[in-house]
Design a protein around this ligand. Sequence first.
Ligand code: ADP
Ligand code: MG
Length: 184
Amino acid sequence: MLDQAEHILAPVGLPAAPLAAPAAPPGLLGRTRELARLQAVARRAIRGVQLVLVSCDAGGGKTTLLDVFRVAQAAAGWTTALGRCPEADGAPPGWAWREVVEEVLAAHPADPALLARLDNFRTGSGPSAPEQTFWLARAMVDLLTGAAVRERPLLLVLDDLHRADGQTLQLLRSVVEGTGGHRC
Ligand SMILES: Nc1ncnc2c1ncn2[C@@H]1O[C@H](COP(=O)(O)OP(=O)(O)O)[C@@H](O)[C@H]1O
Ligand SMILES: [Mg+2]
């Protein structure tokens, strides 16, 4: 169920004690193996960015599994952020990343200069040309790799990636590259 690509980045801080494999909560049937694999990837994140693709048929339990994993990581001291690719038409381009940026900023307020670089994406129509997307991606990388965010390990979840628009995917590529990984 899990496909994994590893990416190298300067290390982020992790709690000193190894994290226990999350216990599957009541109501979650099975998935202990998948949860353990996600937890193992999280432990490797101490060495750099890890990218995991979770795939299965619709209704197979991707969102449920990642919700459980996200809650477990948050309880273990991680900053977590979730972005969903909307089913409805009309959402601004890159919507999932807008949700991610808001959650990260709520946990780690950024300085005014960085906020200014993100402002059009957060409150306006966002980038309308490839060059603007490039500069937005640079700002997002600066946010995600900034000293404040790196005080704690960070988990980003992009759900329903099969519905992602072009800007969401371009930002994913740029953020992975910009944080030290290579293209997925
Ligand atoms: N491991 C599981 N144990 C119990 N219920 C599950 C499990 N995985 C999924 N479900 C249930 O199945 C339904 C579809 O799961 P969901 O996570 O939304 O699938 P997907 O995101 O892959 O489309 C939901 O009602 C969810 O509560
Ligand atoms: Mg889902």
